[in-house]
Design a protein around this ligand. Structure first.
Ligand SMILES: [Zn+2]
Length: 78
């Protein structure tokens, strides 16, 4: 069986993906940290590349991100 890395790259370009790909699974794994960095005023995009792009293109993860922000932000405000 031959691997087709070119095909994957071409597809990535087609979809306008920049930087490392982040899937939903990885997104969920990193989301806590991402939100903590964001609320801490740090550069979450630089710390976890590709996650913002995934959130932009994935309504399910975007929703999760928003509720996590509300949750963590609310805790910090107490
Ligand atoms: Zn997702």
């Amino acid at each position: 069986m031959m691997e087709r890395p070119d095909l994957k790259q071409a597809l990535g370009r087609l979809l306008g993906a920049a930087g490392p790909e982040v899937g939903c699974e990885e997104c969920f794994e990193q989301l806590d940290r991402y939100v903590e960095l964001e609320l801490d005023g740090q550069d979450a995009d630089a710390a976890i590349p590709g996650l913002r792009a995934h959130l932009a293109g994935c309504p399910a993860c975007r929703e999760e991100h928003e509720s996590l922000r509300a949750l963590v932000g609310g805790e910090q405000a107490l």
